[in-house]
Design a protein around this ligand. Structure first.
Ligand code: FES
Length: 207
């Protein structure tokens, strides 16, 4: 069956098209809108985008397969990216991945049997200071241990990822930080640091 966007999203496409000199330049945001609605970029979506933006299906498929955030196959309701780059690995990223695999009953690159979660490995997601961390859909969860991870997965499975994010996420990939993570709050200055900061800088003659 042919793919169509909702009338509201069609209006969004119209609006996006006004921002670019050529229709094909709108490929990424239009694909993103489609994936938001459909969950993945199916052959019918490729056909729709090709017609809407007047580009070949080969170009659309090339873009979809180039970017890791687009899926050319069905995925779970929630995409769980587990960061496995150095800072996260030094702080337990491997254990986080192993715990997720055991909790979800699937390895990285696969989807849980209930279709709720797809587990994927990610390279550094730019939250190294709060390692180890994961991203679920549009939200970051930082300073993780397995207990907190279980709470997050439970909340996602029971109430959906937005409700889990409202409770546990530290950062939204679009928008403002949601709350400070435990390790992001700087420690209070020591008395010695305060004393040194209050002294005038040494003059050339002193050195
Ligand atoms: S290494 Fe995990 S966020 Fe940078």
């Amino acid at each position: 069956m042919a793919f169509t966007l909702t009338p509201e999203r069609e209006r969004e496409v119209d609006d996006i098209l006004t921002r670019y000199p050529e229709r094909r330049a709108a490929l990424l945001p239009v694909l993103w809108l489609c994936q938001r609605q459909h969950g993945w970029i199916s052959p019918e979506v490729v056909e729709y985008v090709s017609n809407r933006l007047d580009v070949s299906t080969a170009i659309v498929k090339g873009v979809v397969t180039f970017y890791t955030m687009f899926f050319d196959h069905p995925v779970g309701e929630n995409i769980v990216w587990v960061c496995r780059t150095l800072s996260c690995d030094l702080r337990g990223g491997k254990a986080i991945q192993e715990h997720l695999e055991s909790r979800l009953g699937c390895g990285a690159g696969h989807t849980s049997s209930d279709g709720k979660f797809t587990l994927l490995k990610a390279e550094c997601l730019a939250a190294c200071g709060q390692a180890p961390m994961i991203q679920i859909n549009d939200h970051y969860y930082e300073d993780l241990d397995v207990d907190r991870l279980d709470q997050i997965i439970d909340a996602c499975a029971a109430d959906g990822s937005e409700a889990a994010a409202a409770k546990f996420a530290t950062f939204a990939t679009i928008g403002e930080p949601m709350r400070s993570s435990a390790s992001s709050a700087p420690p209070p200055p020591t008395e010695e640091a305060v004393r040194l900061a209050s002294q005038p800088p040494p003059s050339r003659e002193d050195s």
